[in-house]
Write a protein that binds this ligand. Sequence first.
Ligand SMILES: [Zn+2]
Length: 390
Amino acid sequence: MIVHVRPRKGARQRCGRCGRRAGWYDQAGRRRRWRSLDAGTTKVWLEATVPRVACPEHGPTVVQVPWARHDAGHTYAFDDQVAWLAVRTSRTAVAELMRVAWRTVGAICRRVAEDAKQKVNRLANLRRIGIDEISYKRNHNYLTVVVDHDTRLLVWAAPGRDKETLGQFFDLLGEDSGKRITHVSADGADWIKTVVKQRCPGALLGADPYHVVSWATDALDAERRDVWNSARAGKGKATDESKALKKARWVLWRNEDDLTEAQQAKLGWIEKTHPRLHRAWALKEGLRWVFSLARQGFPRLATTALDRWLSWARRCRIPAFVKLAGKVARHRDAIEVSLQHGLNNGLVESTNTKARLLARQAFGFRDPHALIGLAMLALGGLCPPLPGRV
Ligand SMILES: [Zn+2]
């Protein structure tokens, strides 16, 4: 179904790119079509003549139309519905329902998010932020992401993970806004520290609990591998014991509260048969407990618990954890900032997990900006409502 449309008579002609009023460049123009929402099962296109205006800034440019974004082949309603679905349903569902390619979904996410960013400035009132990197495309590529601890929203993302990339964020923030940032949480990465110290010197830099706990998980895994290796009879042959230890990996990784009954039994077995590995597990849980105390609103207890943990870990005689104790001690100031200022709300962790899921879903977007668009819609609160509902 093709619907012939034209802007209302007397509507002011504006530049399609900047929206500024401009004189005609050529009145005739060519016919163009925009895909709109289906009428039942019938595909619908809008068709119109698009003349050009002579924009003082952009030169001859296609005139702004009230039903679609500049340079888009779909109407606002179509774009918004695709964006809404991309945030809420599977990749195949949105592509099949809307009868577009997945790549088109990516392009739509990108332009809807960029449009929404123009309308709401989430950077103006930033005070406490978390900075992190996430990987996509099987860990070959990275995005740097910034979340707002106060609104719990993703506020910025860009391809790359280096000083220059993060520099772009602070450029966007402006000189003064950079100084308004009071708290920054991040993993221990030096490149983040360097840029933060330079661009917002007054901010307290906190260590992100998610990463500190993941260091402990790594140390635990190193210990488990040691035990597993020595359980393999002599020349790397699998024994019943080593097989059981291999399977124990997930039990050791999980948070204690999330263990099923069978997993608890397994943990009991480890406690009886491999006390040292069990001690390593208890150290991991102990460090997690420090942050969970702070999360429950006991920052002082958390600091005390951190110090007790440090002295325990230093004397534990498990190499991986003695090493970890050194690392935690080096980052102690930053960890304390997180404990005292409530930067430990699991926000970065959950954003990270969700963004990773999105990255998996967005596999097939060739353009990292499509992934960023989808992430900003889903995690940045920029997703439009379904057309016609507000
Ligand atoms: Zn213009």
